[in-house]
Design a binder for this molecule. Structure first.
Ligand code: ADP
Ligand code: MG
Length: 290
């Protein structure tokens, strides 16, 4: 594109809260074959909320919640905050020896018991059997909930179901991109059942679930190895390597500084629909070249 077209495109973007940090991004955005959205905080609002607590036989919802909230005192994960909010007003014991277990959950000592909490993979790894709760977990994941499994003293005592609402424009964003012939993917550390349900609601083409934070950039690379130009939209610290690896990285404006620094385009209004606006600006800019 001509320097003049780039200037006009960049200026129009800025006026609309779409900040292109380099001319290459403005030129490349319209060439993207697939755009990957991080789930939490990008396609969803990123303010998870506890919607249900299920306890195993002989346990109570209160002990499940307070055990979990105790461990989560050591964590700043969005799920930890949701659990803390739900436990407000209950007596939450102090924890000792908190350990984060990346991409899976956490553990700590609560009143002399070891408490593990997190996803199914963590339970499997610790050889903690879900027993009758397996059916409940399936039901909740099928409904698109993130299930936090809580195990105490070697026994799974309950499940905490957490919901994170899609951003209001998420489905329209996906529909518009697909209409333009762009494939749309969702990337998440969440499990496949939960992710599939959300993907179905939003009309996504590709679901990349159970992805550990360190694997996100690799997923971008895999699609690039298929000869595709890949866009990545994310908000979190652990999205940064994927934003850098992508042909065009888009950061949600309300996201972390690291994500914003790693991206080529910043969506100041934190609205995923602005990805569509970015593609349109890109197309208009390139057209002015001819
Ligand atoms: P994301 O939150 O983007 O899905 P993460 O890598 O942070 O990805 O976490 C992956 C999964 O591990 C979460 O979906 C959750 O099931 C579990 N998990 C991680 N940290 C915690 C935590 N502090 N409390 C409960 N569950 C957790
Ligand atoms: Mg995120």
């Amino acid at each position: 594109a001509t320097p003049m077209a780039i200037m006009v495109g960049t200026g129009l973007g800025a006026m609309n809260g779409i900040l292109f940090k380099n001319a290459a991004a403005l030129e490349d955005a319209t060439k993207l074959d697939v755009i990957i959205f991080d789930k939490t905080g990008t396609l969803t609002v990123g303010q998870p909320e506890v919607v249900e607590v299920v306890s195993a036989k002989g346990e109570t919802a209160e002990i499940v919640l307070t055990s979990a909230a105790s461990v989560e005192q050591g964590s700043d994960h969005p799920l930890a905050q949701a659990i803390a909010r739900r436990a407000q007003g209950l007596v939450v014991p102090a924890q000792k020896g908190f350990e984060n277990i990346e991409g899976m959950g956490a553990r700590a000592e609560v009143n002399d018991d070891i408490v593990y909490l997190g996803n199914r993979r963590l339970m499997d790894e610790q050889k903690l059997d879900l027993g009758a709760l397996a059916v409940e977990a399936q039901r909740l994941q099928g409904a698109g909930r993130t299930v936090v499994h809580v195990a105490r003293a070697g026994k799974v005592i309950g499940l905490i179901a957490i919901a994170d609402a899609p951003r209001p424009s998420a489905a329209a964003t996906v529909a518009k991109l697909r209409e333009r012939g762009v494939q749309v993917a969702m990337l998440t550390g969440d499990n496949a059942s939960t992710a599939q349900r959300i993907a179905r609601d939003l009309g996504l083409d590709i679901v990349l679930a159970d992805v550990l934070p360190g694997q996100k950039a690799g997923k971008v690379k895999e699609l690039q190895a298929q000869g595709k130009k890949v866009g990545m939209v994310g908000d979190g610290v652990n999205d940064a390597p994927a934003l850098i690896q992508a042909d065009v990285g888009f950061a949600i404006g309300a996201g972390t500084d690291v994500a914003i620094e790693s991206a080529d385009v910043v969506l100041m209004k934190s609205d995923p629909y602005d990805v569509v606006g970015a593609l349109e600006l890109s197309r208009a800019t390139l057209r002015k070249m001819h």
